[in-house]
Design a protein around this ligand. Structure first.
Ligand SMILES: [Mg+2]
Length: 362
């Protein structure tokens, strides 16, 4: 898929704000407090504060409205919905109740729907298969994954033209590799480096490819020391080698039994050994919303970002001038949303997107 020149300019200008050349923009875009896991302390701290000072629990409740009258509060002022996937459309491999009917009603009402996920383990085509398997009729063009965003970023920044003969080193899974294949960018690493271990005998070293011009770090269930060392060598020793992160999510949900270390941990490992900040392409970076808004010619004031995470989805919407709606069908509880530690206020919140339509009574 090709971008218009205007889209390229928009996207590139947005991404630069997260790069190493324009660090002044970073604090306003990605507060450091939003990049660290807070869930392990939130519950106990909130309970304690409620006990000590009951009014503090409702610090945000005055400014965050529960969606009670969806037609007037939301549907009459929104033409386009951008949905996060995990915790909004599905949990793991299970569809959330009422989703097919709600999406059908939204489409019947003339609303456009897009689906944006920070999970880079699948390509757009991979996500299309997942939607199909869940019985949801969604076009590939309506899906935006951070694996696609990483490839789109390279395409927009003219990697092939400006870095002729260069390739990408991938920490991540097949989704990133599939997207790079689609735009013809050569790469090494990824699943091919699964299980590799560097030799640690006297005089041993990892030989790295000096033609690696960018390292992409995405979620990788097979991260290992070899991959970290390889990425470190490319970024520290190759001239003008970019460091690109698909996302910085602190935790993710591999199973429903607990939270698991997210891509923030993999990006953190590379930051730690290079001292470099990555160019971020997933939420809350503006790249994907810039792409969608420009491509579709959308009025941002009539777009609503719907997600289950405050530090990625809602921040992404607020940073980019969108309406925002938090749903409680994923990782964020009402207690956490309204608790004293939360500083990210969506415009509305609801139990799930099924609440976008008032349930018909018999
Ligand atoms: Mg989610």
């Amino acid at each position: 898929m090709k971008l218009s020149i205007a889209a390229v300019a928009l996207c590139f200008s947005g991404v630069r704000g997260f790069g190493t050349t324009s660090r002044a923009f970073l604090p306003s875009k990605v507060p450091s407090s939003s990049l660290v896991p807070t869930t392990f302390t939130t519950k106990s701290a909130t309970s304690l504060l409620r006990h000590i000072h009951p009014r503090s629990f409702t610090s945000l409740s005055a400014s965050v409205a529960r969606l009670a009258e969806p037609q007037g509060q939301l549907l009459s002022t929104v033409d386009v919905f951008i949905f996060d996937c995990d915790g909004v459309i599905w949990r793991g491999d299970s569809l959330i109740d009422g989703i097919p009917e709600t999406l059908e009603k939204l489409r019947s009402a003339g609303k456009k729907c897009f689906f944006v996920t920070n999970n880079s383990t699948k390509s757009r085509a991979g996500y299309k298969k997942k939607f199909d398997s869940l019985g949801l009729d969604v076009a590939a063009e309506e899906i935006f994954s951070s694996s696609f965003a990483a490839a789109a970023y390279l395409e927009q920044s003219k990697f092939l033209e400006k870095k002729a003969g260069k390739k990408v080193y991938v920490i991540g899974e097949i989704g990133i590799c599939d997207e790079l294949d689609l735009i013809g960018v050569p790469y090494i690493g990824g699943p091919a480096d699964e299980g590799k271990q560097p030799e640690m005998v006297s005089g041993a070293k990892v030989d790295h490819d000096e033609d690696v011009g960018a390292v992409i770090v995405g979620f990788d269930r097979h991260i290992n020391y070899y991959k970290i060392q390889y990425a470190q060598l490319c970024i520290n020793e190759n001239e003008d080698c970019e460091f690109i992160a698909t996302n910085l999510d602190a935790v993710t949900h591999l199973t429903d039994a607990q939270e698991w270390a997210g891509n923030g941990s993999m990006v953190g490992a590379i930051k730690g050994c290079t001292g470099q900040e990555p160019n971020l392409v997933g939420k809350p970076s503006p790249l994907m919303i810039d792409y969608i808004a420009e491509k579709e010619g959308l009025d941002r004031s009539r777009i609503c970002m719907v997600g289950d995470r405050l530090d990625t989805d809602i921040l992404f919407g607020k940073n980019n001038g969108l309406k925002t709606c938090l749903v409680l069908s994923g990782v964020t509880s009402e207690e956490k949303l309204l608790g004293p530690e939360n500083e990210v206020a969506p415009d509305f919140y609801a139990d799930s997107i099924a609440d976008f339509f008032v349930k018909e009574t018999a």
